[in-house]
Design a protein around this ligand. Sequence first.
Ligand code: C2E
Ligand code: CA
Ligand code: CA
Length: 645
Amino acid sequence: MKSVYSLLKRLVTVPAGNADLLKAQFEVFSSQVPLMYSIVLINAWALAITFTPEAPAWLTFWIPSVITLICCVRTAAWWRSRRSSPTAEAAHKALTRTNQFSFILTAGLAVWALSLYPYGDAYMHGNIAFFVGITGLGVIICLQQLPSAAFIVAIVINTLFVLYFSIAGIPYFFGMAVNLVLVSAAMLLIVTVQYRHFAAAVGARTKLELANRENARIANLDSLTGLANRRQFFTQLEEAFAESEGKRLAVGVIDLDGFKPVNDLYGHTVGDALLYEVGQRLSGLAGSNGQISRLGGDEFALTVTDCPDDAELLALGEEICTALRAPFVLAEATVQISGSVGFSVYPQLADDVHQLYERADYALYQGKRSNRGHALLFTSEHVAAIEQNQQLEQVLSRADLDAELTVLFQPIIDIQTGRTMAFEALARWNSPVLGSVSPALFIPVAERIGLIGDLTCVLLRKALAAACRWPDNVGLSFNLSTHDISSPDSVATIASIILSSGIDPRRLDLEITETAMMYDFSQAKASIEVFKILGCGIALDDFGTGYSSLSQLHALPLTKIKIDRSFVSGLHQNPASYKIVKSLLALSSDMGLGCVIEGVETGEELDALKKLGGVLVQGYFYSPPVAETEIAGFLPVRNPVRMTG
Ligand code: C2E
Ligand code: CA
Ligand code: CA
């Protein structure tokens, strides 16, 4: 008995717990309510009208009117909520209320219909039975997504029907009641099966949605650091931009200095752990209106909505740089790096999201060149510089390179003997439009617009022609750019210029920067091997400013390194620079390489270098780069320069 009761109770209650199912039931049911009540009302009025001549008005008009009113109120309530997405609890509550109401309505309707019985003849009685049966079955079908209510309706109708006609003692109707019980049972079975399918479909849909959501989450996340990835960064930036309503919005691009050596030296596991920790540290500093993303590699981004003024923004940038300088204690090693930040701010100096990012990146690049390890804000001066670059591009692309380019020479001196060992060729561009332009400006522009190959050829021919006029024991050092060593074609062109100049290739050093080498390491290596086979020396320029790992450098057939002048200036007063130059000198000697120290400007610097055992130096202390006509004073006296032409 108890188990029958608990089974009945289970059948007629709305199960809680499955939130998605409850919401789906609510959603589907709310759209079926009008149909269900339409069936009920049409049938009820049909019955009422057929009884109107016989039965009193309260039975054929007033009660149906009240039922109509109640049904309309219920329909309106459900109709209003059909597009709402209720919580699981609210859905459960609404469905339970429907359960209760279905009991009241069904019982009310059945009692009403049966109370018409005394007023009709046999046909009319059949009409009542037909009404109760068909309406009940119609409602059960409409309650497919709410089987508990379907059970309630079936139980109420069948019980009343069977009871009434048993008591009335009419065998014909009793047979009909049995029939109704059987059909209702079959309908309930169908409803139960349908509901199970419905629940399974909802479950599958939920799983699919979860999987989709997870996919979207993964697609927008950087798997290593858990931060937003590049795609998400731009999406969020677009959103922040759209919502900014003219309020300041800043983007900071953060780039690590010194990450690559850590990765090379300690391996990728340590590199990965470092990137994770960097992400954590940055997130800790971003503040409530800041958002950190990882753009890729060792590049991160910071988006600041409703951003403070420039000074505060830069202070935040410096805070980030300071935090990045603090040692990272990882499981395998304790490492130290630094980072630089470039900022740009909308609406001051950017019109759209793309420009905001590009300009922050530009500021980062400039900052890394001028003040590595700090924050720099994109300013109107940068806009001017970009415009100047664009002008440079246009003028350079139309320039007569042969006529406008010249080469100056700066002596490289052996400080032990005072003898000039070689000259470094340094390009000069005398533009009839722009005047004299620094190579630091026009070489990068030529690289960008694909003109550097032509420039190199013109400059190399001029430099070699000059060197051929010098004594045989004076060398020439010539700068190559990334492009020059990044394709076999340009290597072949350069090699043929060297060979056809008639110079002994052993007098020629080719200077290559680390960045040029790292662009495509294997091609760069292959290229410099060709030059090495020709007999040229290979000097690694600006050494110490990049991040090449020693293992990589070791794989290259280098003959010299050139210590960048940033380590030389004031080294007698700066213990850090002093130590760096000392270790670089030791390193070059360990690796069996020559070492040129660049940018020596004062006697103090020179004395310090002498003490450190430096041999080859170059710098304003001896001479700035000069025209070929002025180099006679630097040539060994016993071999006066043979000037021709
Ligand atoms: P770099 O190869 O590092 O050349 C040394 C630069 O330092 C030269 O600048 C030189 O004038 C300058 N310098 C030399 N001694 C001192 C000193 O004591 N103090 C200071 N403050 N500076 C000193 P420059 O001639 O303006 O050249 C700049 C850069 O342009 C070069 O840097 C090199 O990277 C590039 N460059 C110059 N000529 C060529 C070339 O023919 N081809 C290529 N691809 N690049 C070139
Ligand atoms: Ca150089
Ligand atoms: Ca240099």
